[in-house]
Design a protein around this ligand. Sequence first.
Ligand code: ME8
Length: 528
Amino acid sequence: MEKFYVTTAIDYVNASPHIGHAYEKIAADVLARFHRIRGKDVFFLTGVDEHGIKVERTAAAAGKSPQEFVDEMSAKFKAAWEKLNVVPDRFIRTTEDEHKKVVQEMFRRMQEKGDIYKSSYTGHYCEGCEDFVRERDLDEQGNCPNHKKPPRQVSEENYFFKLSKYKDAIRKWMTEDPSRVQPDGRRKEVLNQLEDPEVTDFSVSRSKNSLKWGIPVPGDEDQVIYVWIDALTNYFTGGGGFEGNGYWPATLHLVGKDIIKFHCIYWPAMLMAAGVELPAGVFAHGFITVEGQKISKSLGNVIDPIALVEQYGADAVRYSLFSGSAFDQDGDFSGKELIRRVNSELANNVGNLLNRSLTLVDKNCGGKIPDCQPENLVRKQANLIHETVDEHMKKYDFSGAINAILALVDQANKYMNDEKPWTLFKEGKQKEGEEVLFTCLEVLRRTAMNLYPFTPELSQKMWYQLGYDDEVGKIGDSIRDDGFFDLIPAGQTVRNQGPIFKRIEDGDGGTDGDKAGSEVAKSAKGKK
Ligand code: ME8
């Protein structure tokens, strides 16, 4: 069976999860579900990044021990993903013993290869980035351009990794197969960074005086392993580490656009030094803004994904995040847009097609799927939807996949309006009426399957109403070798249980979605 091992970045636990973190985790879950129903052996890893200065400081400020603090915070991240129906095969924490051992072994192997040496260093360290910032990249006030805070002057003796030795090999890795780093614009960006002489050997440890909360350097009590070495290695730990569990190398590392340097330069170089196979690919997604603004605590727009799910439901949040904007570019979240899309696209277009079809089947076909094989344009389009969705998903074009499914649903709704099966039945044209219904039911079956990665609950409800007793998420288990899914079975009894998706009404009974969105932001703020 073909394997698909997908990972996400692991989130820092110094603050609560926000919608930007959720966006990435849902995307990985969408891919995991998509490949699973296509019959692949999927392993989906996500988790949290628990070491480092930021976490150490935040724990101290909260009057807690680092361990106590990360235990609480990790549970919050886990709970948020559960609420969103994000179901990883493993939720990794970098404080796990198993991970610590893999990181230390990784370090040892890099050392054995002669790629780690001791040297002293002076630089500007930004705790927000958990990285050194170059002097010329600081803004006019001398602040880190990303975190708008002054970096600390750090001067100490550390272990260094010989990145310089691997630059040519990394360039080759990224150019000989351009699909390894996507989108292409990001690949070019990293290739440019690679040419920068300042992207060179880097420090891979801190002295215990400056950082205690981390994994000790094997054989040196005074040094702690630098947070990025620790964090990146989580992907390898998840893949079974040096013992293996059959999933490494990862098929895909899904990460935000801000951390591609670490994933496309540091990580492959580390793996080469440790003699470990490289991942098949990295994809960098865009950033989510909230109502046009960068997510920031000071703006008070840090939307708590749990509050959002409580207000709108998991499917609505998942769907609205990916239906509107391109995954490889920045996108915006607004309550108004969520309500508009969910009401018009899911409740109206998909919901109406299902409801009308099932009502007519109940009234005119004894509640059973009619036995026929009509040939018409809508059926032809329906037969193509699988391939079309595959094409979009292969390119991580989630909104393209959703739009193709919705276009088919629109086409079927229009077809029903034009053919008027209710009139056909009235006129005694039973066969013609059944053919129209069968066509629409086939579209609905395919819609349930193809929307499933985005809206698992809605799809399961559709599946059940179409008369299936199994789970739509398990169809991959019985997929035929030729990848063809059987037709909706004639004679299967449908179960019309009313709307699968209720229209979202705003609190005021109006359509002021923006207000709804900011209510969530407010309630999220109030909880802190
Ligand atoms: O970078 N929109 O952790 P992190 C979309 N621990 N994605 C966003 C986002 C937004 N507004 N804000 C953040 C770290 N992200 C490291 C990763 S991996 C070995 C270690 C994404 O909590 C961000 O791009 O700062 C990253 O992929 C993830 O959330 C975690 O960010």
